[in-house]
Structures are given as C-alpha cells and as structure tokens.
Design a protein around this ligand. Structure first.
Ligand code: CAO
Length: 457
C-alpha cells in the first residue's frame, strides 16, 4: 500500500511567520527529491522549500498569499519513496530551505522576487542621453522601505500582494481604486510610475535621491542597434546582490587599506599538517587560519565588529564574533556566517567553511546560516589576483579581501630573501573607522599571521 508523507515548513530562523509567494506544484504532480515545492518570503530573504522525498502530490495545503509558520504542512505526497522517508523525515527539519539569499542577509529590506516584473529601463539610444524615468508599459522596482504592519493589513488580494513585493512597493501607502478601496495591480503600477516620475525612488540603475542629494540616471542605450545581443535573466541571488551592493556603495564611504602578511612559516606549517588533516577528514586551507586571525583582531579592535545605529548617532558594538565568508556559487555570491569564530579551533573552522560553502552551492542554506555576521572575509586566494577592493557588506563596517599568496623578495638584514606574502585588502566604512585605525588593524592582522604560533594560542 502506498504511504503518505507530509512536507512541512522548516525552521524559519528569527521569523514566526512568513508569506507564501509561490506555489510551484499541483495535485497530481510527480516531484523529485530536492524539487522546490513553494517559495516563502520573509522581510529578509526568499527561500524555496524543497521536497526531501520523491512522490506524487495528493494535497496542497497552502496558497499564494497565505502566511505559514514552522511545522505547517505544505503538501502531502504519496508514493514508493514517501514510504521510506516518512519515518525518517516527518518533522519540520526534513524539508530544508533552499535559500537564495543576499550577502550578509541581515539587511533591513525585503528580498526581491521580481522575476517577471523587473522591467528593463526605458531605452535611450545615445549613451549620454538620460532615459525617460518610466514608460507607459514598463514598470521598474521601487525598493521603498516597507511598513510590514500596514502591508499585512492592506486591502489587496494575493496577486496584488505578490506584485507589491516584486515591485518593492509599500502596499499600505497605495490608494486602492477597486471595490471598497481594494488595491489592484494597476494601482500598484500607477503608484510606481508616479513615484519614479517624481524622482524620489531608488532604483538599481536609475536616478534617485539619498539624503536629499539626487544622483544622475544611468543611460540605457539600445545595444541591439550596434550588433547581436542576448538578454539574460539574473538569478534571484544575483538580483539580491544588485540591490545590496548598490545600496552599500551609495550609503558607505569606502576606503581600502592594503597590507602584506608574511605567511612563510604559517604556510609551511599548514602544508606539513595537510596530509594528516586530510587523513582525519579535514580540508585545511589558509582561510581557516585567517578566520582565527581575524577573530583575534576583532577582539582587539571591536569597532571593526560594529554597525552604525540607524539614527546615525550611535555605534552598535557586538560582543560576539560571527564572521561571514563570501562563497562563489553558480547562482551568484552568497555569504554564510560562521558563528563564534573566536571560540573555535582551526580544524573546526576549516570544517565549517567546507560545510557552509557546500550548502551554499547546493542552495541549502537556512536563514540562520545567513544571519548575524559582524564582519566578512572575501577570499579569492584560491583563484588568483594580487589585490582588490571589496565592497563592505553593510550594515557591517568592514570586509577583508584576500588575494593569492606570492613568493616575493623581501629586504632583511642587508639582503633580499624569498618570503611568501599574502595580500590583504581591508575595505571599511569611513564614517565609522578612521584611516589610522584601519592601518593598525591591518598591521595587527599581518603580525598575527606572520607569527603563527601566537595565532594558535
Ligand atoms: N593563496 C594561495 N592559495 C590559496 C589561498 C591563498 N591566499 N587561499 C586558498 N588557497 C588554495 C587552497 O589552499 C586550495 O589549495 P589546496 O587544495 O592545494 O590546499 C585552493 O586554493 C582552493 O581553495 P578553495 O577556494 O577551495 O578553499 P578556500 O578555503 O580558500 O575558500 C571559499 C573557500 C568558499 C571562500 C572559496 O571557494 C570561494 O568561494 N571563494 C570566492 C569568494 C568570492 O567570490 N569572493 C568575491 C566576492 S566580491 O568581494
């Protein structure tokens, strides 16, 4: 006899309830293991909920526009594979969220899901001719701050709610023209056009204002007039990155401090340990040591593990040391967070890097994997490069970029000697961190890395 399996909403991290913005299956569908069943959206990210088992959908218990909590049943499956999976996975954790989330993911704005609604900016052929703010047919994202309480009580159907999310519109602020003041999709589009026309909206590539200062609109040439082109959709992770990087670039006055760390002894030690580490099941790269060294530096310089208070008059200094690592995935850049780095050993950190990078690449990061970071490391050391200027993962205030180690001649005791140098590039928010503090932080970090026995203490 075929048995059934209930797929439930997984751990939602900090959230009690989140919105269902897409239902991807219907009764009668056959689903594979890991196939996304629904998409959830919180005010921090969107996540797909995948099926932990294969089977046929016999019931769909949620609809677009519903709110769900951890443990709520999403779908019921029936089938051969469901038989085996029921006992082992019949709880909330069985359907791990696949989390296409933003770098840092603690940012205060909702993640976009605007695959259909994110329209191209109005074309303007000459590169230096400003494009019209909006055309009659095209609607761009508004990305305005959203009053969630007003959003949830606004008089609008699921379709309009979804569109409001896609367009980044504060639904509660939109006047409805439907029956009894219901907000319609046309109301939303009209609202967006009006806001853009008045030039008060922030768009990824368009004009807008920050603290009362207007910035010029990006030209949008019709490239197809000059040759063949292909227009590709960005992944959801890439769309989130577009917004977050743009926001950080606009808000944060960036400065990058470069430093060379002599890692000759550290790398010799790591290479000596590598075979033994592998035998014991660990992948020991320089990143694990870097995490340890950065944790020490953050303890010494707590301002680098801080955030500017939203009122701009106070600093929030974190006592915990949670560090995000930038991970390159096929879908784009993601930043899972390793918690309590200062309390962990190098092997434990190495294991967490492998685990989190693996989860990011398989789209299996949960909300808690992406939250709480106070500082970020972006290591391109495995790829190459000599130096770069990473963008601060705001509202954090600093990010460390790491490039590939290089053997270089270093002047010592009257002669050049070959030393292995790790290039460090620290970008920081100059509103919070002074240049002198950044230089001291980098020198301290380089000293720890150069004196590796101290690092392990
Ligand atoms: N110099 C020389 N070699 C280095 C190095 C460095 N600074 N850092 C790493 N390597 C080596 C590693 O030791 C490994 O070689 P071995 O297997 O021989 O030891 C090789 O490079 C590959 O390392 P890796 O990339 O698999 O592992 P990692 O721990 O260094 O990095 C991760 C893990 C997830 C950070 C990385 O895979 C990644 O995604 N990096 C890209 C991050 C990114 O895109 N940043 C840009 C964001 S924009 O700011």
């Amino acid at each position: 006899m075929a048995s059934t399996h209930e797929v439930k909403v997984p751990d939602l991290g900090d959230f009690d309830q989140v919105d269902v913005i897409e239902v991807l299956v219907s009764v009668g569908d056959t689903v594979e293991v890991d196939q996304d069943l629904i998409t959830l959206e919180s005010d921090k990210a969107s996540m797909g909920v995948g099926s932990s088992t294969a089977g046929t959908v016999t019931e769909v218990r949620v609809a677009e526009g519903d709110q769900v909590a951890e443990g709520d049943v999403i779908v019921v499956l029936e089938g051969a594979d469901a038989t085996t999976a029921t006992a082992a996975t019949d709880d909330a954790a069985d359907s791990a969220p696949s989390m296409p989330a933003q770098p840092g993911d603690d940012a205060p704005e909702p993640a976009p899901t605007a695959d259909a609604a994110a329209a191209e900016p109005a074309p303007a052929d000459a590169p230096d001719a400003p494009a019209a703010p909006a055309t009659a047919g095209a609607v761009e994202r508004l990305d305005e701050p959203i009053d969630e309480a007003a959003f949830s009580t606004a008089h609008a159907g699921p379709g309009a709610r979804k569109l409001a999310r896609e367009l980044g519109v504060d639904l509660g602020a939109v006047a409805g023209s439907g029956r009894k003041g219901r907000v319609t999709p046309d109301d939303l589009k009209g609202y967006v056009r009006e806001r853009l026309r008045r030039g008060t909206a922030s768009r990824a590539t368009g004009s807008g204002q920050l603290d009362g200062f207007a910035w010029p609109q990006m030209p949008a040439p019709d490239w197809s007039k000059h040759g063949e082109i292909e227009v590709r959709d960005l992944t959801r992770v890439q769309k989130i990155a577009v917004r977050n990087l743009h926001r950080s670039w606009l808000h944060v006055p960036h400065v990058t401090q470069h430093e060379d760390a002599d890692v000759t002894e550290l790398e010799a030690f790591r290479k000596r340990q590598k075979a033994e580490a592998e035998r014991r099941g660990h992948k020991l790269t320089p990143l694990a040591f870097l995490l340890k060294a950065v944790a020490g530096a953050l303890r010494e310089f707590p301002t680098f593990n801080a955030s500017l208070h939203p009122d701009g008059d106070k600093l929030i200094v974190k006592s915990f040391v949670h560090i995000g690592i930038a991970v390159d995935t096929d879908d784009g850049l993601m930043v899972p967070v390793i918690r309590d780095v200062d309390r962990k050993g190098v092997y434990e950190l190495a294991d967490e890097v492998v685990e989190l990078a693996g989860k990011a690449r398989k789209k299996r990061l949960g909300p808690s994997d992406l939250q709480g970071g106070g500082f970020t490391i972006s290591s391109l050391g495995g790829i190459g490069g000599t130096k770069f200027t990473p963008i601060v993962n705001a509202p954090e205030v600093a990010i460390l970029g790491v490039s590939r180690n290089q053997r270089q001649p270093v002047w010592r005791d009257g002669e050049f000697v070959p030393r292995l140098i790790m290039p460090l590039s620290l970008s920081y928010d100059h509103r919070v961190i002074d240049g002198a503090a950044a230089a001291r932080f980098c020198v301290h970090l380089a000293d720890i890395l150069s004196d590796f026995p101290r690092l392990l203490l």
